[in-house]
Design a protein around this ligand. Structure first.
Ligand code: TYD
Ligand code: ZN
Length: 412
């Protein structure tokens, strides 16, 4: 196994004028939650460099250290259906796209990275034909058993030959394009699979939001690119595709953009696209990345000091939610079991496992009311509204949340 290879060219434009903007050091893989047995083994888990580069030609912010895919995606514990916010978001997504394309039972919707089938089920309810593409074996098997047709593979030319050329009226890919190393190959297959009057819709956290809100914990080895819709629009052009519209969702992963892409002969084009490019020029350039790197260090110091101070005062602290982000935040800030008694998560696949590196145990959320800790560090900060509402009882009984972004802050 060769776990990491380091590229030297930009993933979008192919040029090699890459400049290092942020170095988070060596960190474990964010989604590789440890079994209890592995957590008892003192041998340290593998860590990989996490360095963020800026392309001086097309301005894509990206990683160049690539970890073997199988190591990250063979078995996956993240489930889309784990939050109400996501369920609602994806149902509205299906509703809107079904109307926009007037989808009916002759139309095929393909979801790349279909996870537990949440989005596809919403399209199925609205009458379209569906097909999921999901490389994680555990998730693909689960979907097929539930009657959601799913191909257990990475999306590529073979997938297109199975689906048929130009057969998909809609292709969706949410939080997937950031994971793709060979973006040119990927877009080539999207273009091949898409029907002439079809649309490709994809969502990613928007780089401008990541930088503005200091959300460094969404930087992990799976996320190879931090988009920039300007750089990605150049990529689309090379594949006879065109970015025609963008929609912003401020409550999804701290700020997400949905790109809508059509075949290049499409006459449509929204003003939002131009405005988004202007914002990126101003707020996601190399200086922005350097400023971000400085703020990341400040947050690390502030958060560790706050937690150590609370421990000195004898307070009990736990972590709330075990998203992949938690692995990055906890390891980068060296927050381990001497600070957090445990971390809760609603996902059964994660309970009983441990956060890699810091090895904090993951337990069911019921433990919060049983142990009534003084503080809960909100690791799933992207669901802040949903969680604060759900945890009224904890707050009313004197419990407090520590929210790490945009600056560590206590909420009671
Ligand atoms: P998420 O932020 O969606 O993804 P990522 O892993 O890509 O960072 O993960 C949120 C995690 O938080 C998920 O494991 C479910 C968990 N969670 C809770 O434990 N309680 C909650 O109330 C919510 C909304 C999420
Ligand atoms: Zn580039």
């Amino acid at each position: 196994m060769t776990p990491v290879s380091t590229g030297s060219r930009c993933r979008v434009c192919g040029n090699s004028r890459l400049k290092l903007g942020l170095d988070l050091g060596f960190l474990p893989l964010a989604n590789s939650f440890l079994s209890a047995e592995r957590a008892r083994d003192p041998t340290p888990e593998q860590r990989y460099p996490l360095r963020v580069y800026y392309c001086q030609d097309c301005s894509l912010i990206q990683l160049i250290d690539i970890v073997n895919k199988e190591e990250m995606f063979g078995d996956y514990a993240f489930l889309t259906s784990a939050s109400k916010t996501a369920l609602t978001h994806f149902d509205e997504y299906a509703d809107e796209m079904s109307r926009r394309l007037s989808l009916n039972s002759t139309d095929l919707v393909v979801d790349i990275g279909s996870n537990d089938g949440t989005l596809l089920k919403s399209f199925q309810r609205r009458g379209a034909q569906i097909m999921g593409i999901e490389p994680a074996r555990n998730l693909a098997a689960r979907c097929s058993a539930e009657g959601i047709p799913t191909l257990n593979e990475y999306f590529g030319p073979e997938t297109v030959s199975k689906i048929g050329k130009h057969k998909a009226r809609l292709i969706t890919a949410n939080n997937v394009v950031s994971h793709v190393n060979d973006l040119n190959g990927f877009m080539d297959s999207v273009s091949e699979a898409l029907s002439r009057d079809g649309l490709f819709a994809f969502e990613v956290p928007w780089v401008v939001d990541v930088i503005r809100h200091n959300n460094f914990d969404i930087i992990y080895h799976e996320h190879l690119s931090y988009f920039g819709f300007k750089p990605i629009s150049e990529l689309f052009k090379k594949h006879n595709l065109d970015l025609i519209d963008l929609q912003h969702f401020s409550n999804i992963h701290g700020g997400t953009l949905r790109g809508i892409v059509a075949n290049s002969d499409s006459p449509l084009k929204s003003e939002t696209v131009k405005r988004t490019f202007d914002r990126e020029n101003r707020e996601a350039n190399f200086e922005s990345l350097e400023g971000f790197a400085r703020r990341v260090l400040e947050i690390k110091h502030k958060l560790s000091q706050l937690l150590l101070e609370l421990k000195r005062k004898g307070k009990t602290i736990i972590g709330y939610g075990a998203p992949a982000k938690a692995t990055i935040l906890l390891n980068y800030c060296s927050i381990d079991r001497s600070i957090l008694d445990f971390v809760t998560d609603t996902t059964p696949l994660k309970q009983g496992r441990f956060i890699p590196g810091v090895r904090v145990p993951i337990v069911a959320p019921e433990e919060i009311l049983r142990k009534n800790p003084d503080f809960a560090l909100l690791l799933a900060w992207n669901y802040k509204a949903e969680i604060l509402q759900k945890e009224q009882k904890y707050l009313e009984s004197g419990g407090k949340f520590i929210v790490p972004f945009p600056e560590p802050q206590i909420i009671s």
